[in-house]
Design a protein around this ligand. Structure first.
Ligand code: NDP
Length: 277
């Protein structure tokens, strides 16, 4: 039986739907690491208290999900460079000297899923990133690390896309625009990769995209997963995108990276992803 020293949890509100316990248990079984992993529901104004209580009860680390990633960023004593850039934290490691180390594995998870599971080459590719919220911010750094030709950020609220482009253009070619901009309506050679980071799919909607903007061999990726209907992925299908993917792979890959932060071991994700599908 794992001791309290091997206690982990995902904290969120709501958290009931989370697949993280299932994924982490599969990783633990596969690697032979004895640990427990539970769901921790925190009231919206009681995030810090819930984290401290879990820690006092012997917790060694946590995943943080919506809507607490920004609060987690504020609470961490030490931040990894990728958490600093994302300004959001989805993993805590409670260190032996009483500090909270905050990391962000979301963007890593996306890039790893694209490259490892979908065999996608990002170097020199034209990427259209839909949305300019927290997840777009978290994905930008890891995407730019792979040297794409350019990233166009399109968002309903243009000034949010512009702020992100201004901040990230020191790492590569990043431009912001609205959905009615000619860069999005009529790109020169089409986009090699379109990533939907908006929450439109949950509302049964998709950003207003023109047809014929996907390059030959192009990929369409939605961060959302588990929806019975996804208008963006349906659109990608009708536009004959070569690869169409939801965010389940990203979820599993960010979880594997969290596992690595806690235990120093990277579990195999292929079998876990296949099991969940
Ligand atoms: P935010 O609330 O920070 O941002 C939402 C974005 O969606 C904004 O850019 C907003 O535009 C845009 N948007 C919302 N509704 C519409 C619409 N109807 N049409 C066009 N644009 C719209 O959310 P997050 O970035 O934190 O999360 C986005 C999604 O990513 C969530 O669904 C989340 O579940 C998923 N996610 C998946 C992960 C995974 O592991 N697979 C990890 C992290 C997130 P505006 O600025 O104009 O309001």
């Amino acid at each position: 039986m794992p001791t309290s020293l091997n206690r982990y949890a995902v904290i969120g509100n709501p958290v009931e739907h989370s697949l993280s316990p299932q994924i982490q248990r599969m990783f633990a079984e596969q690697t032979g690491i004895a640990m427990t992993y539970e769901k921790c529901h925190a009231e919206l104004d009681k995030f810090t208290e819930a984290v401290q209580q879990f820690r006092k009860q012997g917790g060694k680390g946590m995943n943080i999900t919506l809507p607490f990633k920004e609060q987690a960023f504020e609470l961490a004593d030490i931040l990894s460079p990728r958490a600093e850039l994302a300004r959001a934290v989805n993993v805590f490691l409670f260190t032996e000297n009483g500090k909270i180390l905050g990391d962000n594995t979301d963007g890593f998870g996306l890039v790893r899923d694209l490259q490892h599971n979908h065999h996608c080459v990002l170097e020199d590719k034209a990427i259209l990133l839909l949305g300019a919220g927290g997840s777009a911010r978290g994905c930008l750094g890891p995407l730019l690390d792979e040297y794409p030709r350019e990233i166009i950020i399109a968002n309903r609220t243009l000034k949010k896309a512009q702020a992100l482009a201004d901040e990230f253009q020191r790492f590569g070619s990043v431009r912001a625009c609205g959905y009615d901009d000619e860069y999005v309506l009529d790109p020169e050679d089409g986009f090699d990769l379109i990533i939907n980071t908006t929450s439109a799919s949950i509302q049964g909607e998709m950003p207003p995209l023109a047809n014929h903007i996907i390059a030959d061999g192009g990929i369409c990726y939605d961060l959302m997963y588990g929806l019975s209907e996804n208008p963006f992925l349906d659109w990608a299908d009708s536009e004959s995108a070569d690869i169409i993917a939801d965010g389940l792979g990203m979820l599993v890959e960010q979880a594997a990276e969290s596992f690595h932060v806690w235990h120093g071991i990277r579990p195999d994700t292929g079998s876990v992803l296949a099991g969940l599908r």
